[in-house]
Ligand binder design. Structure first.
Ligand code: ZN
Length: 442
């Protein structure tokens, strides 16, 4: 069967692909509750006649093998609940008593292998089955699990991130298998759990020794080719105060009641100065116009009562950074230093140093633009579109990091769906982005 016939076959598959996607979107698979959707994927792979395995990641093994990289398992209802000062550790997880909710029981990865007949290069197709919460539910105008189609868009949680990518990869394999194509190299399919705020699903595939000559993660990229991902650090600063009611705020001329809230500006100013300094000094070789460091301050909480100085205040945020800024450990050190510098401007903060903690981290990664997988994808796309798809470096993190950094596999991210639609109410996928993804993945 020639390429034209295969592309025609892919077109015939588009209706089935959308049906399969709708079926998958209708199975909720929030982080921590991936079981039913994984069973659906495993059933489909079995029908294709592949060797399929469903297996739960081993948390202890991840920390043993990748002590700087493994993260605490996460769960949508108990997200980022275990702070750490330097690194998360298995021992701290056990000591916290939270292993009964942060674990992989009934949360299997599903992997399958389509064996080649030998002598060719192998390829991993990777996607995550878990999705973020559907809250705030009252802001949805469509059923988050309805897979409703309106004006050329399918709506639902996970439709872009990233059930459409999983279905595109499944359909690409199905087209080839049904056409009787025999490949020389192996194709390995991975549907992983707990990508959101962890990455342990893909890391467990690496720990298991699953490898290939190249990998494609079919996360939503509008069918553009991603050459790298940012690293990220979820950080927090806890500031102490001294609580006194209104009448005891001053003792004569002496300040008695010290609100933790009145001390936050010192810390915020210092953190913002650090962000500016890094952005002045770092330039990405491929993106000289783009600031490489984003320090997002997302949340602040503190105090109990309007008439009492706040005894505590917590500032939470996330830092995103390109590899040119440095390693995760270096970024954590920048945050600690900035908090410490800010504290030096205030006698109370010198006496009561704020507590800096972290809740999640992931390393940045990059793939060389002349890597074979980039060329092959680009050429395949050009045959369909008449032009090469745009290439870009991602400003968010994804599982790409583990395949590149830990497994040493040249990996790109490429898939249907729109990254700017994810993690929010009315997540959608333009249905015409599905077919190109199936064709290019083939
Ligand atoms: Zn995703």
């Amino acid at each position: 069967m020639n390429t034209e016939e295969l592309l025609l076959r892919a077109e015939e598959k588009n209706v089935k692909a959308l049906q399969l996607l709708a079926d998958l979107v209708r199975i909720p698979s929030l982080t921590g509750e991936e079981f039913n959707a994984q069973r659906f994927v495993a059933d489909h792979l079995q029908k294709l006649g592949l060797e399929v395995s469903s297996w739960e990641p081993d948390v202890k093994e991840l920390f043993d093998k990748f002590p700087h990289v493994a993260q605490y398992p996460s769960h949508w209802q108990h997200d980022l609940i275990l702070p750490y000062r330097i690194l998360p550790t298995y021992e701290d997880l056990i000591a916290s008593g939270k292993i009964d909710i942060l674990n992989y029981a009934r949360r299997p990865n599903v992997t399958a292998i389509w064996k080649g007949f030998g002598g060719g290069r192998s390829l991993i197709l990777n996607g995550h089955i878990d999705t973020v919460t559907i809250e705030p539910l009252d802001e949805w105008t469509h059923d988050p699990y309805g897979a409703e189609i309106e004006d050329g868009r399918m709506y639902g949680r996970g439709v872009s991130d990233m059930k459409s990518g999983i279905v595109a990869a499944l359909m690409a394999m199905e087209c080839l298998i049904e056409a009787g194509v025999r490949l020389r190299g192996d194709v390995i399919f991975e549907s992983v759990v707990n990508e959101e705020h962890s990455g342990n699903g893909t890391l467990a595939c690496v720990a298991r020794g699953i490898t290939a000559d190249a990998a494609i993660i079919t996360e939503p990229t509008k069918n553009h080719i991603r050459l790298g991902s940012a690293g990220s650090v979820c950080w927090g600063v806890k500031i102490a105060g001294r609580s006194r009611p209104t009448g005891a705020r001053w003792s004569g001329r002496e300040q008695n009641g010290i609100s933790a809230i009145e001390k936050i500006p010192r810390i915020i100013d210092s953190l913002l100065a650090m962000e500016q300094k890094i952005n002045r000094n770092c330039r990405h070789p491929h993106l000289p116009e783009q600031n490489p460091f984003s320090l997002v301050m997302g949340r602040v909480r503190g105090g109990h009562y309007d008439g009492v100085t706040a005894s505590e205040c917590i500032l939470n945020g996330t830092a995103y950074f390109g590899s040119e800024v440095g390693s995760v450990q270096e970024v954590m050190a920048h945050i600690r230093t900035a908090v410490s510098e800010g504290s030096k401007t205030d006698p109370w903060l010198m006496e009561m140093p704020p507590d800096v903690f972290f809740l999640h981290h992931d390393d940045p990664c990059d793939i060389e633009e002349d890597a074979s997988i980039i060329q092959v994808l680009s050429d395949a796309a050009e045959k369909i579109l008449g032009h090469k798809p745009p290439r870009y470096r991602g400003t968010a993190a994804c599982d790409m990091r583990h395949l590149i950094n830990q497994a040493g596999i040249p990996t790109t991210v490429f898939g249907p769906g729109w990254g700017d639609q994810i993690h929010k109410p009315d997540e959608f996928m333009p249905i015409d982005s599905m077919l190109p993804a199936i064709k290019w993945c083939r």
